[in-house]
Design a protein around this ligand. Structure first.
Ligand code: CLR
Length: 368
């Protein structure tokens, strides 16, 4: 009950929720950017497809495939959704995937704002010339039995060979099962994937008992550049099976089977080689305490980090300086991105977080 009350009074700020110990996780939210590319084969697949329409479909498949990791992996690994650690400003999470066919895919994730929390990330594979950039924050509200979470921000996929951009909006979600102490995520509403080539996918989500009676249900439609023509409809479960219907030929076939795909684990440097501002090293003591449910140590170690941060902010204020983000900068969005956002009919953000790759590569942090 205390937990539910804390949810009800959290006023949109997820970090202020006090969750019971068994719902705490020792993983920081800055790590969650990795869920975008744990299937490197699907991530690079669009770069090898010459046909625009087929390519847009491959992007959609990759996107659908990321959902299982993004939204169900805590349940699968830990038995329920968990409350992640609240990243501090400047916290970094770095890693890479090494796979035989795709080569190296790099992840740079940075906490670029603490209040409100915002995480920015870049994921890229140079061998295939593909890059994903994005940033996100969350706005929460509580309604009788559910915690509703709206995501702020977006992701942009860039394919070098075709100089093509995909603007990806983020789904709204809610957390159910709170009353039973077994929270899980369900997606709702829509997301949009708008390509600079004109192709556009719209994905609608629902849970138990809406389209199909099954959890994690979606229905996606892929449209040709001229708005009216629907090319494909895909439906099924994003955590399971889905099928695709070709609207012109009226034929259907398998689209994606999430149960057949194994995620590729991200390679993260051993703690001793990490900088002190890298997520796993910084939170090491808290994470260990979470594992053994040592509530006092969790509290003590968390407070150390929080106080250190407070000191830093105080010092900056005294010196009249602002915290320098490590590898991302907030810029006015004037480029191709603004164009895709406009194509998509969404209000482009005035300022967006962009990766500064040169800055990253100049730093020892880039030695992964
Ligand atoms: C972060 C960005 C990722 C997708 C994603 C997945 C799960 C979300 C998480 C985001 C934000 C934080 C989140 C989490 C599920 C539960 C957790 C909303 C959007 C909240 C803070 C936990 C509240 C405490 C409990 C009731 C479990 O790409």
């Amino acid at each position: 009950m205390t937990f539910l009350r804390s949810l009800a009074s959290s006023k949109g700020d997820l970090s202020s929720i006090t969750a019971p110990p068994f719902i705490l996780s020792g993983t920081s939210l800055v790590e969650y950017s990795k869920f975008w590319a744990e299937l490197p084969d699907l991530f690079v697949a669009p770069t090898m497809i010459l046909d625009k329409e087929e390519r847009a479909l491959a992007v959609l498949r990759w996107f659908i495939a990321t959902l299982k990791g993004q939204y169900t992996s805590r349940n699968e690994a830990l038995g329920s959704e968990k409350k992640p650690l609240n990243p501090f400003l400047g916290e970094l999470f770095l890693g890479k995937w090494e796979t035989e066919l795709e080569g190296t895919t790099i992840l740079v994730s940075e906490q670029v704002s603490h209040h409100p929390p915002v995480t920015a990330y870049a994921i890229y594979n140079d061998a295939y010339g593909i890059e994903l950039q994005g940033y996100n924050g969350q706005k929460a509200s509580f309604s009788t039995t559910m915690l509703n979470v709206r995501q702020v921000g977006h992701a942009v996929l860039y394919i070098k060979k075709f100089d093509e951009y995909y603007y990806i909006s983020l789904p709204t979600l809610h957390i159910e099962g709170l009353f039973y102490g077994a929270p899980y995520v369900e997606l709702e509403q829509k997301t949009l994937i708008q390509s600079s080539s004109g192709y556009r996918a719209s994905i609608e989500y629902s849970g138990k008992g809406y389209f199909s009676g099954k959890k994690n249900t979606f229905k996606a439609k892929l449209y040709a550049p001229d708005e009216s023509s629907l090319l494909y409809t895909i439906s099924g479960q994003w955590s399971g099976n889905s099928t695709i219907v070709n609207e012109k030929k009226e034929s259907d076939s398998a689209f994606y089977d999430a149960t057949e795909h194994k995620v590729v684990p991200l390679i993260v440097k051993p703690l001793v080689q990490q900088a002190e501002y890298e997520s796993r090293r910084a939170w090491e003591k808290v994470a260990t305490a979470v594992q053994v449910m040592d509530y006092d140590t969790i509290h003590v170690e968390k407070s150390k980090i929080e106080n250190q941060q407070r000191e830093l902010r105080k010092k900056e204020k005294e010196e009249g300086v602002v915290w320098q983000r490590r590898y991302f900068e907030l810029i006015e969005d004037e480029g191709p991105l603004k164009e895709v956002a406009e194509l998509a009919g969404v209000e482009p953000d005035e300022k967006v977080w962009r990766f500064n790759r040169e800055a990253f590569e100049r730093s020892p942090d880039s030695k992964l």
